[in-house]
Design a protein around this ligand. Structure first.
Ligand code: SF4
Ligand code: SF4
Length: 317
C-alpha cells in the first residue's frame, strides 16, 4: 500500500468522511483572479482579513516552506431528521444555522489532523514538516479541496460532494512530503439555480456573484456594529447564520446524515429562546457556548441579533 493510501485509510479510521490529496501549487489563476476581483469589488464587506495574505491564501507553499502536497479532509455535518424539541409555544425563538448546532468543529478537526500527522511521522517521515489548517489559517481551502477531488464549488459557494452534499467541514495538512494526488471533480450544478432562488436577500445572483454585505450568515455572524435596517428586516427570525442556499440544494436533500457520532450535535441549539439570550450574562454565555462556534462571535452580537429577531417576530405577529 502506498503512503497516500495508508493516509487515506487512517483518515477514515479517524472519522473523516472525505479525504483527497492535491499538490501544493498555487490555486488556478482564474480562481485567484476571481477572488481578487471579488475582494476589490467590496463584496467581502468587513471581512478585511480576507484582503491580507492574498499570496498565502492562494499558494500553500507560502504557508510552509518546500510544501509539496496538501491533504484535504471533509466531515459531513448534515443533521438527521428529528422532531423539534418541545418548548414554550409562547416564547419567541430564534433559528440557529445547522453548522452551529454542533460542538465547535475547529478543535474537533484539528485534534484528528494532529493524530493523522503523528501517524505519517511514525511511518518513517520524521524529517518532514506539516502545517495543520482549519479555517483559522489564510488558505483558499474550498479551491484546494475541489482540486483534491472532495467535491466541486457550487453556485451557493459551498464545496459540494455529489454523494454527501454541501454540508461539509474542511481541514487540511500542508506537508513537505510528495504524495500521489487525486483528480478534481467537475462542476455538477448544471442548469440548477435553486440556491439562487432560495436566497432571501439576493446575496447570490444568477451571474455567479456573491455579495457578503447582503448575506444573513455574514451579517449575523461576522458583521460588527448595527445591521442596516433593510437587511435586519430580512434576517427574519434567523439568530445565528442562515441555511437557505444549502437546504435548497438537491445534493443536500439526497445526502446521508452525518455518521461520526463522536462529533456532538446539540439538538436544543436549533432554536434558542430570544428573551433568555437577552438576559444572559457574560459568564452564562461563556459557560453555555464554551464548546460552540457561537462563542466566537461573542455575546454582544448574539444579543444584537436577538433584538432584531424579536422586532421582526413582533412586526409580523
Ligand atoms: S447564507 Fe442565506 S443569505 Fe447567505 S447566500 Fe445563502 S441563502 Fe443567501
Ligand atoms: S442548489 Fe443547484 S445551483 Fe445551487 S449549489 Fe446546489 S446544485 Fe448548484
Amino acid at each position: 500500500m502506498s503512503l497516500s493510501q495508508e493516509i487515506k485509510c487512517k483518515a477514515v479510521e479517524l472519522g473523516f468522511d472525505l479525504i483527497g490529496i492535491t499538490d501544493a501549487s498555487p490555486i488556478d489563476t482564474t480562481q485567484a483572479e476571481l477572488l481578487s476581483r471579488w475582494l476589490k469589488s467590496g463584496c467581502a464587506g468587513q471581512m478585511s482579513y480576507l484582503h491580507n495574505n492574498f499570496e498565502k491564501r492562494t499558494h500553500p507553499a507560502r504557508l510552509l516552506e518546500n510544501a509539496q502536497s496538501v491533504i484535504c479532509v471533509g466531515l459531513n455535518y448534515k443533521q438527521p431528521k428529528q422532531k423539534p424539541k418541545k418548548s414554550d409555544p409562547t416564547a419567541p425563538m430564534g433559528k440557529v444555522a445547522s453548522y452551529a448546532r454542533y460542538e465547535d468543529y475547529h478543535p474537533f478537526i484539528k485534534e484528528r489532523l494532529r493524530k493523522l500527522t503523528e501517524f505519517i511521522r511514525s511511518s518513517g517521515r520524521q524529517g518532514h514538516k506539516f502545517k495543520i489548517c482549519v479555517d483559522s489559517v489564510p488558505l483558499a481551502e474550498r479551491s484546494l479541496a475541489a482540486r483534491a477531488g472532495l467535491g466541486f464549488i457550487g453556485k451557493n459557494r459551498m464545496l459540494i460532494n455529489p454523494a454527501l452534499g454541501p454540508q461539509i467541514f474542511l481541514g487540511e495538512i500542508i506537508t513537505t512530503i510528495k504524495l500521489s494526488t487525486d483528480n478534481p471533480i467537475t462542476d455538477h450544478c448544471s442548469n440548477c439555480d435553486r440556491c439562487i432562488s432560495a436566497c432571501p436577500t439576493h446575496a447570490l445572483t444568477p451571474d455567479g456573484q456573491f455579495d457578503a454585505n447582503k448575506c444573513i450568515s455574514y451579517l449575523t455572524i461576522e458583521y460588527k456594529g448595527r445591521i442596516p435596517s433593510e437587511m435586519a428586516e430580512k434576517t427574519a427570525d434567523r439568530l445565528f447564520g442562515c441555511d437557505e442556499c444549502v437546504l435548497a440544494c438537491p445534493y443536500q436533500k439526497n445526502a446521508p446524515a452525518y455518521k461520526n457520532k463522536q462529533f456532538i450535535l446539540y439538538n436544543d441549539r436549533a432554536r434558542l429562546d430570544l428573551s433568555r439570550i437577552l438576559n444572559l450574562t457574560q459568564q452564562d454565555f461563556d459557560a453555555e457556548f464554551a464548546d460552540s462556534t457561537i462563542r466566537r462571535s461573542g455575546l454582544e452580537r448574539l444579543k444584537r441579533n436577538a433584538r432584531i429577531c424579536l422586532e421582526n417576530i413582533n412586526r409580523y405577529s
